[in-house]
Ligand binder design. Sequence first.
Ligand SMILES: Nc1ncnc2c1ncn2[C@@H]1O[C@H](COP(=O)(O)OP(=O)(O)O)[C@@H](O)[C@H]1O
Ligand SMILES: [Mg+2]
Length: 333
Amino acid sequence: MKRDNIPEVENTAECGRGNRLIDAVSPQEKPVVRKKVKGQKFIKTQVTPVEPCDEKAMLEVQHLTKSFGELKVLDDISTKIYPGEKVSIIGPSGSGKSTFLRCLNVLEDPTDGYVFFDGKNLSNLKVDINVERRRMGMVFQQFNLFNNMNVLRNITLVPVYVGLKELAKTKRHNFFIKIANIFKKKQDKKPLIPIEKTKKSIKEEAEANAMRLLQRIGLSDKAKAYPSTLSGGQRQRIAIVRALAMNPEVMLFDEPTSALDPEMVGEVLSLIKELADEGMTMVIVTHEMGFAREVSTRVLFMADGKITEEGTPKELFGNPKTERLKDFFSKVL
Ligand SMILES: Nc1ncnc2c1ncn2[C@@H]1O[C@H](COP(=O)(O)OP(=O)(O)O)[C@@H](O)[C@H]1O
Ligand SMILES: [Mg+2]
């Protein structure tokens, strides 16, 4: 893994939000357009010293703070998530679990502190957040599928969009090389970038991949069905598969089973467990204590915007240290 030095830290005074819906991981989330506000200098929001990020960590959070107005939701959180780890986040409602997850893939901009993904500082404006985000699969409580598109299109939408965008970029690049080559001697002419894909092949490849994923979860016969005709469990498994279609390096789950009827929780959890067994790095906010205990390699307990206790499931469930966690377990176990 190539590591740059820690880039200089900048943050905008304001973060505009774009309107190209499908550039984001989820259809209900718009991509962040991070731009310098005209006439304003970058504001350095950093008050804590920057520490070098850990080369081995996939995700690293340093002194992450998030406030909504007066309300401080995350309070100076630091943690690292290494490749292959399955981290469960548990804690009472309102403790900032969703906000923490949303800060990891910058659906929320941190008020202070840093998030590093694969060594890249996501607060740095030079990092294209929409590109980095595609390497993180996000699954929400409410599935967030497009109801006006069939299952296949829901899954292929972003891969096709990204594929076409890359194709257009290469073609544009070649166009400029061609123009520049006109004025060059034969031996100085630059070679064009070979283009193997066509619009058709991009679409076909994405569809073949989507069908393979649907087969895996036993829903290939639902490819042409619309989300509204499916059960909650089926919809959530499709939402997971849609995230997988981008070949993410880490999966972030925000209470993936809490909107489901009890009889459908099992099918979704077993798919997540399968991914965990295959070695997928994952962060999962969950109320399913049995699942957290069985599947995770580490459990974080969040309360009042802080990670107040963490450890292996055995340590945390077997021997909770703080009163806060004991009290939480007494309510949920
Ligand atoms: N966009 C927002 N604007 C204002 N307050 C918010 C926003 N998102 C979350 N909050 C508040 O932040 C706190 C933590 O929320 P959340 O991260 O959703 O907690 P959890 O997922 O642990 O239940 C809550 O008090 C919630 O009302
Ligand atoms: Mg939540």
